[in-house]
Design a protein around this ligand. Sequence first.
Ligand SMILES: *[C@@H]1O[C@H](CO)[C@@H](O)[C@H](O)[C@H]1NC(C)=O
Ligand SMILES: *[C@@H]1O[C@H](CO)[C@@H](O)[C@H](O)[C@H]1NC(C)=O
Ligand SMILES: *[C@@H]1O[C@H](CO)[C@@H](O)[C@H](O)[C@H]1NC(C)=O
Ligand SMILES: *[C@@H]1O[C@H](CO)[C@@H](O)[C@H](O)[C@H]1NC(C)=O
Length: 382
Amino acid sequence: MAYFWHLTLFLTVLLNTPHVSVSVGCYTRIFSFGDSLTDTGNYLRIFGNVSRSTAARLPYGESYFHHPTGRWSDGRLLLDFIAEDIGLPFVPPYLGGNSTGYFRHGANFAVGGATALNHSIFHEMGVPVETRAGFLAIQVQWFKELLTVLCLESDCREVMDNAFFFVGEMGINDYNTFNAAAVPFAEIKDYVPGVINAIASAVRDLIELGAKTIAVAGVIPLGCTPSYLTILQTEKVEEYNLTTGCLNWINEFSQYHDQLLFDELDRIGDTYPDVTIIYADYYGPYMNMIQSPRQHGLKETIVSCCGGGGPYNFALSPSCGAEGSSLCKELPSQYVSWDGLHLTDAAHKIIAQLVHSKLSCKLNHKCYEIYQGGQPSKDIYS
Ligand SMILES: *[C@@H]1O[C@H](CO)[C@@H](O)[C@H](O)[C@H]1NC(C)=O
Ligand SMILES: *[C@@H]1O[C@H](CO)[C@@H](O)[C@H](O)[C@H]1NC(C)=O
Ligand SMILES: *[C@@H]1O[C@H](CO)[C@@H](O)[C@H](O)[C@H]1NC(C)=O
Ligand SMILES: *[C@@H]1O[C@H](CO)[C@@H](O)[C@H](O)[C@H]1NC(C)=O
């Protein structure tokens, strides 16, 4: 029952008035933020086509684009499916162009490797962080700069009123950064409220700039990802879920993040009743694929399609795309995980379909109507 609740609330519109169907009109632009789960090519522009930019080379992109685009998947991301649903082109990476024509339908500010937290926090702790990937507040800064330019040509209010904002998953890189510096997870947990605060602060900034519709994504169940399963591999069988093979305690960590995020979004919704805030849940649909793969045409749940071998076909080196890595013999569309952390085109598509049951396209795919699926629950995991 609890799980069903979770799924049906995949996209929970956080409003004060329950059981109301809210028409939010036609979206003319999408502005998106996030990390490698949402990046459509910014990392590639920042770092260049160097060996560490594995997403710049095949097999990344092979299933859908048939060439690498800088997306960390074999194909489309959740953001791409959302754009398709709305009836807009794929959201162009902010660093990929300069003209207002290029940004006609919006811009994607997400950068692979970006953290939610301001890097000053890592610097103070002496924890190494990839500074070039930046953090969420920088992406919001970029948006402000672009908005200034867009407002010269269009009515600013019109731009904001008719834009769909997507704050993709944020936080995994923060936790990865701490983890890479050998900070124990018991301590990393103490930073979750700070991460949520950084996400909430970005959401508030966007609302103050006039955003009217914002979807904010939670984290995936990290304990089911081949990367975490490899890095945190243990002989203690009791740490594993016997049915799914996932690491229970890491999934509880993910749920903790998602619960705090949900609560915070709920509070923001109370502060701004005229703004539609949507909690976009990755966790529930991801777990649904893990638990019932065949229902979705999937075969492999916790082994990645592309990677460096081992029980989960994941290694830090060689990573997917690097020399010595191997690609699954079956179709990537039978896998949840593409490269150990990022999802396949097929998995994103399944997640997007679950989104679609809550967000319906109207008027020849130009309008998005958001239906409230039920009473917002503060207690999504109980
Ligand atoms: C990056 O370089 C590789 C090797 O030269 C090439 O195959 C790939 O297409 C390039 N990627 C992009 C996005 O241009
Ligand atoms: C955008 O403009 C800057 C400054 O003129 C230039 O350096 C940069 O290459 C341009 N970027 C793209 C993607 O056109
Ligand atoms: C990051 O934190 C530093 C130190 O507190 C601050 O000076 C800087 O303005 C912050 N950057 C952003 C973009 O918020
Ligand atoms: C195993 O995972 C399933 C699906 O997430 C969950 O319902 C169940 O409670 C888990 N079992 C344990 C022992 O945590």
